[in-house]
Design a protein around this ligand. Structure first.
Ligand code: DGL
Length: 286
């Protein structure tokens, strides 16, 4: 490999989400590709995206990508389903870098898995209304029957840490009971937060339904499309977390998604709703 190529593969992978939920994808990335440096960008100040208009989500996604581009990333992972469902064509048109979203890999895994040809998709209102999952599944196999349900209360439930209590169970039952009679055998968790409800959703749907969490398939796709770093890197250099706000409970929620302690976080200032390049160092989570 030439020294130029070596330099290129050592560049970081950028991951963005509307908040901290995308750290579920980072967790999988770090597990599977430990030599990759990751820059995570969470647009907490403008969260949630799931209830915003398509236009607003695209604007935020463009700015998030611009920011990560300025960090010299070699590839971008759009970990936010709400963003991925509406902004990918625009991002691909504007930015010249490999862009991997969470929808396509999850759809490929779901279509490969279903035997019954009946798949359900859960997501935010924006994701479900966009029809992105439905269209991507039909494109692969138009005979597959797709059932989609928006589950807006799942996001605050997870952030509260209520993944397995009675309220979580009741909410899951309320949203998903109509699915019970649909004879689905695959269910896509089409939102960054939903993997944390996996155990409760699996219990409600029963063992015969396979739950697809997009993190695994997304990392696999990334590894196939992007030149990877072969050299080991120090773990303290492996993850840089940038956010547009530092709210209460930040550390608790972030560490729940990431699965381990966060060491350092940078807050990116927003000026009139736009990202300003200025950064301020904030915390050590001890
Ligand atoms: N990250 C969002 C998603 O995956 C969920 C939170 C939000 O609504 O912004 O759709």
């Amino acid at each position: 490999m030439s020294s130029q190529n070596k330099k290129n593969v050592a560049r970081p992978i950028g991951v963005f989400d509307s908040g901290l939920g995308g750290l579920t994808v980072v967790k999988e990335l770090r597990r599977k590709l430990p030599n990759e440096k990751i820059i995570y960008f969470g647009d907490i100040a403008r969260l949630p995206y799931g209830i915003k208009s398509k236009k607003q989500i695209i604007e935020c996604s463009k700015e998030n990508t611009q920011f990560l581009k300025s960090k010299n990333v070699k590839a971008l992972v759009v970990a936010c389903n709400s963003s991925a469902s509406v902004s990918i064509p625009t991002l691909k048109k504007i930015f010249k870098l490999p862009i991997i979203d969470v929808i396509q890999p999850a759809v490929e895994a779901a279509v490969r898995t279903t035997q019954a040809g009946r798949i359900a998709v859960l997501g935010t209102q924006a994701t479900i209304d966009s029809g992105a999952y439905q269209k991507a599944i039909k494109k692969k196999d138009e005979k597959i029957k797709v059932f989609s349900i928006a589950c807006p209360l799942f996001v605050p439930l997870v952030e509260e840490g209520w993944a397995n209590n009675d309220i979580a169970k009741k909410t899951i039952e309320t949203y998903l009971s109509s699915l019970k009679s649909k004879k689905i055998d695959v269910l896509i968790l089409g939102c960054t937060h939903y993997p944390l409800l996996k155990t409760s959703i699996q219990k409600f749907m029963g063992d015969k339904v396979v739950l697809i969490d997009s993190a695994g398939p997304t990392v696999k796709t990334l590894a196939e499309k992007v030149l990877l770093n072969q050299k080991s890197i120090g773990s303290n250099k492996a993850l840089e977390i940038c956010v547009t706000d530092f709210p209460r409970n930040f550390v608790k929620i972030g560490e729940r998604f990431l699965g381990h302690k966060m060491e350092k976080v940078q807050v990116i200032q927003l000026s009139k709703g736009l990202l300003r390049g200025k950064e301020s160092m904030v915390l050590s989570s001890e």
